[in-house]
Design a protein around this ligand. Structure first.
Ligand SMILES: NC(=O)c1ccc[n+]([C@@H]2O[C@H](COP(=O)([O-])OP(=O)(O)OC[C@H]3O[C@@H](n4cnc5c(N)ncnc54)[C@H](OP(=O)(O)O)[C@@H]3O)[C@@H](O)[C@H]2O)c1
Length: 291
């Protein structure tokens, strides 16, 4: 049984604290809004009255407020900095690469070790065997605390290399790609509904399209690895023409099409650069070259 403190008890912080309690760790919690701690007190957590007291209570301090600057606001005082010495702070908030580097430097200056982490799931999935929280930073701190942190997910990973890795990966994949894809789906289904397709049919077709996407993306990566820029599937021109017809449907239906238009702008630029007859692997290589 390890001692662990959790600072920040919103939806995610509360789920983290519950997961540690479920594994019978000795959990101390702190929340800016005091009443958020009460449900956790009722299931065995000790409640600290200040963030500094929460840090002092455990060698492992998990922070899940909202943004990185909240750490400075709550722990950037002499007492908290003194309490941090010799402890490991695990920051599970979403942030940028630069924020992760700065946080690592600041905690080293405090005499603490640092693990940055990213959570790719909703609170309901915290603590499940299939959940993978990604950590990076101090490898000794990871080895020391990985068993306790396993309370949060059965498939946790340590990301070798820069401490910014989890944020960069999370921002690119779970936030940018997933959110953009989700919003594209919402916009696209808006047009389909407006033009008479039922929600049930949309859902069924969307499931099939997800499967096509799942098969198609690895094929693009294969082409990329083999530097195969033309294939017998679809040229960028064909993708562009398809987007154009969808945009006309959206316009005729009076619906939004912003995600589609940003995809069209990308393809227009690539076509202007001479890629109209090429495949999606060529587009990928071009995007990578053009930053
Ligand atoms: N929810 C998810 O699905 C999910 C998934 C992955 C990652 N995350 C990350 O987890 C973090 C928390 O998300 P959440 O869903 O738990 O959000 P939430 O339910 O809105 O809770 C945010 C918590 O942060 C606290 N907070 C905000 N500013 C603060 C400050 N300046 N000082 C102290 N406490 C402060 C709030 O305290 P008060 O109660 O006092 O307002 C609240 O308890 C975010 O970085 C988010 O990106 C969330």
């Amino acid at each position: 049984m390890a001692k662990v403190s959790v600072l920040g008890l919103g939806n995610m912080g509360s789920a983290l604290a519950r997961a540690f309690l479920a594994r019978e760790h000795q959990v101390t919690v702190w929340s800016r809004t005091a009443h958020r701690a009460e449900p956790l007190r009722n299931v065995g957590a000790a409640v600290a009255t200040t963030p500094c007291a929460a840090v002092a209570a455990s060698p492992l301090v998990v922070v899940c407020m909202m943004r990185y600057p909240d750490i400075d606001e709550q722990l950037g005082n002499v007492d908290a900095i003194t309490a941090l010495r010799g402890r490991t702070l695990v920051n599970l908030m979403l942030g940028t690469a630069a924020e992760a580097w700065a946080m690592e430097a600041w905690l080293h200056g405090c005499g603490a070790t640092y693990l940055d982490g990213a959570i790719p799931v909703f609170p309901d999935e915290i603590g499940l065997p299939g959940t993978s929280v990604v950590f990076a930073g101090d490898v000794d701190a990871w080895e020391l605390h990985r068993e306790t942190l396993a309370s949060l997910g059965g498939r946790n990973e340590f990301f070798p290399g820069a401490v910014s890795g989890p944020n960069v990966l999370e921002n690119a994949m779970s936030v940018w790609f997933l959110h953009a894809a989700l919003l594209a789906l919402l916009e696209a289904s808006g047009t389909a509904r407006a033009l008479g397709i039922s929600q049930a049919v949309i859902e069924s077709r969307a499931r099939e399209v997800l499967e096509v996407l799942g098969r198609g993306i690895p094929a693009v990566w294969d082409d990329l690895a083999s530097e195969r820029w033309v294939d017998s599937q679809a040229t960028l021109d064909v993708h562009l023409a398809a987007l154009e017809t969808a945009r006309i449907d959206a316009r005729d239906a009076g619906c939004r099409s912003g995600t589609l238009e940003s995809a069209m702008a990308l393809l227009d630029d690539a076509a202007e650069a001479g890629l109209a007859g090429s495949n999606l692997a060529a587009l990928t290589a071009w995007i990578h070259r053009n930053g």
